[in-house]
Design a protein around this ligand. Structure first.
Ligand code: MLT
Length: 267
C-alpha cells in the first residue's frame, strides 16, 4: 500500500493509495483516521484502486488555517483527486465520512460513480446534540481526547465486540487517542453546524450501497432504512453483531458487501 501527501488548500493531506483501476475513495469517521479502512483497502485493491485520506485535522493531516466544515473537507477530497488526476470515483464514507460524502455529492455529483454510506445519516444535529458537541469539544481541548474516547467506546463497538475482541477494542481506542485535541474539537464543531442533507437523497442518481451495524446506537438502522427508502434503487445491508464501526467489527461481512457492490458496478 502506498502512502502519499498532497499539498492542497493550505494543508498537507496524507493518504493511502493501493491497487489500480476504478477508484474507490473511503472517508473515515470521527475521531478516527484512514487506518480504519486498512482491511477494506487490502480486500478491494486486487480489483480496484483504493484511496483513503486522513480528513483535515485528523490522522496525519494538519488542520491548517481552515474554519472546518463538512464542505471544507469535501473540497479537500476534490482537490486531492485533482492532484491524483482522478476524475470520477466510487465514494464511501462511514459516519462523519458519510456526512462529507453527502457534501461532496452535492457539490460534485458528476465526480461520483457510486456511493457507499456506512453507519451514517442525512439529518443535521438537534439543538441538544449541538450543545453536547460543544461540551465535548471543550472537554477535548481542556482534558485531551482520552475522556472523549472513553465515553464514546461503548457506543462505537457492540457488546459482542467489547466482550470478545480485545484486539479490536485496543485498535479503536488507540486510533482515537491518536487524534489531536484541536482536530477533534474542530471536527465536533463542524459536525454541529452541518446541514441537513435529507433533500439531497431524492436527487441521488448513482448506485448506492448503505451498510449499517444492527446495533448502531449513533446512526441506528432505522435511519439507514429511512435513508434507503429515499434513494432510488439503494441497496441496504445490515450487519448483525456490529455497532457503529461495522467495517472494523465485522470486516468479512462488510468487505463482502462492499466488494460485491463495487465489483458489480457495470462500466
Ligand atoms: C462518527 O463516527 O463519525 C461520529 O460518531 C459521527 C457523529 O458523532 O455524528
Amino acid at each position: 500500500m502506498g502512502r502519499g501527501v498532497a499539498r492542497v488548500r493550505g494543508t498537507e493531506v496524507a493518504y493511502d493509495d493501493a491497487g489500480g483501476g476504478e477508484a474507490v475513495v473511503l472517508l473515515h469517521g470521527f475521531p478516527f483516521d484512514r487506518s480504519m479502512w486498512r482491511e477494506q483497502a487490502q480486500a478491494l485493491s486486487g480489483t480496484c484502486r483504493v484511496v483513503a485520506p486522513d480528513l483535515r485535522g485528523m490522522g496525519e493531516t494538519p488542520l491548517g488555517g481552515a474554519n472546518l466544515t463538512m464542505g471544507e473537507m469535501a473540497e479537500d477530497v476534490a482537490a486531492l483527486l485533482d492532484e491524483l488526476k482522478v476524475e470520477r470515483v466510487v465514494l464511501g464514507g462511514l459516519s462523519m465520512g458519510g456526512y462529507v460524502a453527502f457534501e461532496f455529492y452535492r457539490r460534485f455529483p458528476a465526480r461520483v460513480r457510486a456511493l457507499v454510506l456506512a453507519d451514517t445519516r442525512p439529518q443535521a444535529d438537534t439543538d441538544e446534540a449541538r450543545r453536547t458537541r460543544e461540551e465535548t469539544a471543550r472537554r477535548a481541548l481542556d482534558e485531551g481526547v482520552a475522556p472523549v474516547a472513553d465515553s464514546m467506546l461503548p457506543k462505537l463497538l457492540s457488546e459482542d465486540t467489547r466482550a470478545g475482541r480485545p484486539d479490536v477494542v485496543e485498535r479503536v481506542r488507540a486510533m482515537m487517542l491518536g487524534t489531536r485535541p484541536e482536530g477533534a474539537a474542530a471536527a465536533l464543531r463542524a459536525m454541529a453546524v452541518r446541514r441537513d442533507q435529507t433533500d439531497l437523497l431524492a436527487s441521488v442518481d448513482v448506485p448506492t450501497l448503505i451498510i449499517v451495524g444492527g446495533e448502531d446506537p449513533i446512526t441506528p438502522p432505522s435511519d439507514s432504512e429511512a435513508m434507503g427508502a429515499k434513494i432510488r434503487g439503494a441497496r441496504l445491508v445490515r450487519i448483525e453483531g456490529a455497532s457503529h464501526l461495522s467495517n472494523v467489527e465485522r470486516l468479512e461481512e462488510f468487505n463482502r458487501a462492499l466488494g460485491d457492490f463495487v465489483n458489480g458496478l457495470s462500466s
